[in-house]
Design a protein around this ligand. Structure first.
Ligand SMILES: Nc1ncnc2c1ncn2[C@@H]1O[C@H](COP(=O)(O)OP(=O)(O)OP(=O)(O)O)[C@@H](O)[C@H]1O
Ligand SMILES: [Mg+2]
Length: 271
């Protein structure tokens, strides 16, 4: 790969205790890389381990789950040695804005707090940056949105705010887990277009998690397919779409073709 690796995951294993006092491995020896400015799709059927892989990269595996082994380096820094290195380096966007935004604080408060927490700016300057971030994510009327609370936002606005929040720490890459699944198709296309534009403009890496190859196929350079906690196939998106080898990949590609057949160019797209 020509691109310099930004994120390197090697031999990642995540397990949950099972009822019999044993361990259930849900992410099994996963290794992947995302280069500078590269967009990688992490796809697969439900329960395949995509979200836990994304969460593990961010050190956010929910209890009682645990990372049993593996190495995650971001920009060459081992996250085990410098846990804080993730903060300013990786921004996270989740499916439900509800789980990424705090319902009791205004949008402006959360943005300013994040900007300050990363030592990027303080006070009035942090506020100016918050406003600029809302403009960057194409929120029409950013002033009032700064003062709004998460429940006052539409689904699309909430996702834009979450992207702004992910950008607030000035990250080098974004991990987005099904960022548009809860949205209608038009809004979904707009949000994905936004993610692509912003990662392009800022030169960020993007790890885009989805169960739907139809949604992300045109947006990512490479696809990594997970099933049963393992990576079963990976390759350049065009290759994967043209010649899927693993049965799971084939199912995903067939499903994507069906969707695309029934839909007229809904997913605006890059490349
Ligand atoms: N908190 C938890 N406790 C126990 N098991 C869990 C927990 N969260 C996830 N799992 C299990 O880990 C496995 C992988 O889950 P994960 O959420 O990563 O899948 P996914 O690929 O993101 O699926 P989806 O497409 O439905 O989001 C599943 O079998 C799931 O049941
Ligand atoms: Mg998931």
């Amino acid at each position: 790969m020509e691109a310099e690796a930004l994120l390197k995951v090697h031999g990642l294993e995540v397990a949950f205790p099972d009822r019999r006092g044993g361990q259930r491995v849900v992410v099994d020896n996963v290794s992947l890389e995302v280069g500078v400015g590269e967009r990688v799709g992490l796809v697969g059927e439900s329960g395949g381990g995509k979200s836990l892989t994304a969460l593990a990269i961010l050190g956010l595996v929910p209890e009682p789950g645990e990372i049993r082994s593996g190495r995650v380096t971001i920009g060459g820094i081992d996250t085990k040695e410098v846990p804080d290195c993730r903060g300013g380096v990786v921004g996270l966007v989740l499916q439900e804005a509800g789980s990424g935004l705090n319902p009791v604080y205004s949008v402006g408060f959360q943005l300013v707090e994040t900007i300050e927490a990363h030592g990027i700016a303080r006070g009035e300057e942090a506020r100016r940056r918050a406003l600029a971030l809302l403009t960057e994510v194409a929120i029409d009327n950013p002033g009032p949105i700064l003062a709004a609370y998460p429940h006052q936002l539409s689904g699309g606005q909430a996702q834009r705010v979450m992207i702004a929040l992910a950008l607030a720490g000035d990250p080098r890459m974004i991990v987005a887990d099904e960022p548009t699944t809860a949205l209608d198709m038009l809004t979904q296309a707009q949000i994905l277009e936004l993610l692509v534009r912003i990662t392009d403009e800022r030169g960020l890496g993007l790890l885009l998690v989805s169960h739907d190859l139809a949604v992300i196929g045109e947006l990512v350079h490479r696809v990594v397919v997970m099933h049963g906690g393992r990576i079963v196939e990976e390759g350049a998106t065009s290759e994967i779409l043209r010649q899927p080898n693993h049965p799971v990949t084939r199912r995903l590609v067939e499903a994507a073709m069906r969707v695309r057949g029934g839909r007229s160019e809904a997913g605006g797209g890059a490349v």
